[in-house]
Design a protein around this ligand. Structure first.
Ligand code: PHE
Length: 346
């Protein structure tokens, strides 16, 4: 009997189970009603009294060992069977939520791409500017209403009576970047400046105190209004489709002469008239003109030798037309329900 117990102890000690079935047959073999353990306890009854103590102890050791073995493999096998379930390839995948670009970024990139194809480079400049770069060098007369506190966020004013080229302010257009380019580079210049601009306006569906612009500048010998018109026609057709027509209306900007505002034929109704174009068939998208000689001279460029054109457009406005967004405030509120609608665009 003692020998039998010993041999089972060594067998059980070296036992290991890879699968649930192996463990189950181990259980039946040792712990089952007709198993080895039950059989041995049966035989134990017939053990001579003088051997009972030792045999009983050994038998109990064996029983304990079997139980422990069984428990260990039971827990480890059930843990690994959970793991197998985790990597069940037939399970439906977790949904992956991808982000999306902001409509302003999408349209900004589109505008840059179109002008890059015409050889325009991208220039950037500071948002906190001085009056000199935003107004004075751009031929704004000292009393021009655009310098007024109504439109401009001033950070530091020299005097509240008069404006001064040293006043520090938030730029109201990115024409200031073009001034900086002209100051440091002689023509040929062909650049666009995208960026954020600030104007002191009451916030509504149609106006906001922050928005984004892309302004363009082209200076070289013999640049004419025809070049401007053709460049803008190319841009409009790339942006709004091959059928797009443009129309230039005379306008006024201190830094360009002559100046114009440009409309594109309404993409929604094809020019027939709808509520987007207010039944005119046209949508205004940008301001433009030939760079004023005073601006060239103020920036150190010979206005007898060089001419140039400039234009500027609001990105939000273009995105509004492209995506039919009817409230400017949506761009800045970061409402996820609004932003999620641009997932398909890049
Ligand atoms: N700077 C003008 C604006 O902010 C746009 C513009 C740029 C007009 C260049 C003409 C030429 O409204």
């Amino acid at each position: 009997m003692l020998d039998k117990i010993k041999s089972h102890i060594s067998k059980v000690s070296s036992f290991s189970a890879q699968t649930g079935e192996e463990l189950e047959s181990f259980r039946i073999k040792y712990l089952g009603k007709k198993g080895i353990l039950a059989d041995m306890f049966e035989q134990f009854k017939n053990t001579p009294n003088e051997q009972k103590k030792e045999t009983g102890q050994k038998l109990n050791n064996l029983k304990q060992l079997i139980q422990e073995k069984y428990n260990i493999f039971k827990t480890s096998l059930s843990a690994s069977s959970e793991k197998i379930q985790e990597s069940d390839l037939t399970k439906p995948a977790f949904p992956i939520y991808s982000g999306s670009r902001h409509p302003v970024s999408i349209v900004r990139k589109e505008i840059i791409d179109i002008f890059s194809r015409l050889g325009f480079t991208v220039s950037e400049g500071p948002e906190i500017e001085d009056d000199n770069h935003v107004f004075t060098k751009l031929n704004f007369a000292p009393e021009h209403p655009a310098r007024d506190m109504q439109d401009t966020f001033y950070i530091k004013r020299q005097s509240y009576e008069d404006s001064s080229p040293e006043d520090i302010l938030l730029r109201t257009h990115t024409s200031s970047v073009q001034v900086r380019v002209m100051e440091r580079q002689q023509p040929p210049i062909r650049t666009i400046s995208p960026g954020r601009v600030f104007r002191n306006e009451a916030i509504s569906a149609r106006a906001h105190c922050i928005f984004h612009q892309v302004e363009g500048l082209y200076i070289d010998e013999n640049v004419s209004f025809a070049d401007l018109k053709q460049t803008l026609l190319f841009f409009s057709r790339e942006m709004f489709g091959k059928e797009t027509r443009i129309r230039l209306r005379p306008s006024y900007f201190p830094f360009t002469e002559p100046s114009a505002e440009m409309d594109v034929s309404c993409k929604i109704c094809g020019g027939k008239g709808c509520n987007i174009c207010k039944y005119t068939g046209w949508l205004e998208i940008l301001g433009c003109g030939m760079v004023h000689p005073n601006v060239l001279e103020a920036c150190g460029i010979d206005s007898k030798k060089y001419t140039g054109f400039a234009f500027g457009m609001g990105i939000e406005r273009l995105a509004m037309l492209k995506y039919q967004i009817n409230d400017l405030r949506l761009y800045f509120e970061n409402d996820i329900r609004f932003l999620e609608q641009f997932k398909a665009a890049f």
